[in-house]
Design a binder for this molecule. Structure first.
Ligand SMILES: *[C@@H]1O[C@H](CO)[C@@H](O)[C@H](O)[C@H]1NC(C)=O
Ligand SMILES: *[C@@H]1O[C@H](CO)[C@@H](O)[C@H](O)[C@H]1NC(C)=O
Ligand SMILES: *[C@@H]1O[C@H](CO)[C@@H](O)[C@H](O)[C@H]1NC(C)=O
Length: 202
């Protein structure tokens, strides 16, 4: 299962060289809390082409999940729950707004999700969905820290809260949670677990 909204994958951009007396080979970047806090909303024309490319197209998360759903079409159901509690990345109010956001904005490029999408829910806080209360009770959190409070849209905060968009739970055929994956996890981190669950249940 997927806590849906939008994942921040690393995108590396090359910038101009800065010259000075002291040069550092690299510098960590600050996390900002302005309304644009990642590169995905930006778009620009491709060199020597008429195409405009939106950077969200390069956010691999959705495409990975689509590919995973196709690969294990008979043995795995990916269920995605949109949620607007992390960085307000899923503001769409209506079903159509959420679907259009996926199709045209993130990841865009006419993306058709082939996982099952549910209505938008709360996964943390006073009005969290009972499904998520159960999942969080069953599996310990993957992080001992939280995103800055200004980016979290819920209260109260609890230890086993979902930490960010795209946290995932693997559920077996009997409906029992088996493993919880951090928001930063990739499909490759999960594939072995999925395969061993499938072969164990054959
Ligand atoms: C984030 O927002 C808070 C108040 O809203 C402000 O004090 C802080 O400087 C901001 N941090 C950054 C990195 O912009
Ligand atoms: C620019 O694009 C055109 C049309 O696709 C192509 O014919 C041409 O070779 C390209 N120019 C360069 C320098 O790649
Ligand atoms: C899954 O999505 C891809 C496009 O991303 C599409 O080509 C494929 O037919 C879909 N598969 C299913 C089973 O819906």
């Amino acid at each position: 299962m997927v806590v849906w909204s939008f994942l921040l994958t690393a995108v590396t951009l090359l910038g101009p060289m800065v010259c000075g007396d002291k040069i550092k080979v690299s510098q960590h970047c600050a996390t900002s809390n302005s309304s644009i806090d990642n590169v995905y909303p930006y778009a620009e024309k491709e060199l020597n082409s008429s195409r405009t490319l939106r950077l969200s197209k390069f956010n691999g998360k959705y495409h990975e999940l689509n590919a995973l759903q196709e690969e294990f079409a008979n043995d795995l159901a990916i269920l995605a729950f949109p949620c607007n509690q992390f960085g307000q990345q899923e503001p769409g109010g209506t079903d159509a707004e959420i679907l259009n956001g996926i199709r045209y904005v993130r990841p865009g490029d006419n993306f058709q999700p082939n996982m099952t999408l549910f209505r938008k829910i709360d996964v943390n806080g006073a009005k969290e969905h009972p499904l998520y209360s159960y999942l969080k009770k069953s599996c310990p959190t993957t992080r001992d820290f939280f995103a800055p409070a200004s980016r979290l849209d819920y209260s109260p905060m609890r230890n086993n809260d979902i930490r960010w968009n795209f946290e995932k739970f693997l559920i077996n055929r009997k409906g029992k949670p088996v493993k919880r994956y951090d928001a930063s996890s990739r499909v490759s981190d999960m594939r072995d677990d999925i395969e061993s669950l499938i072969s164990a249940s054959l």
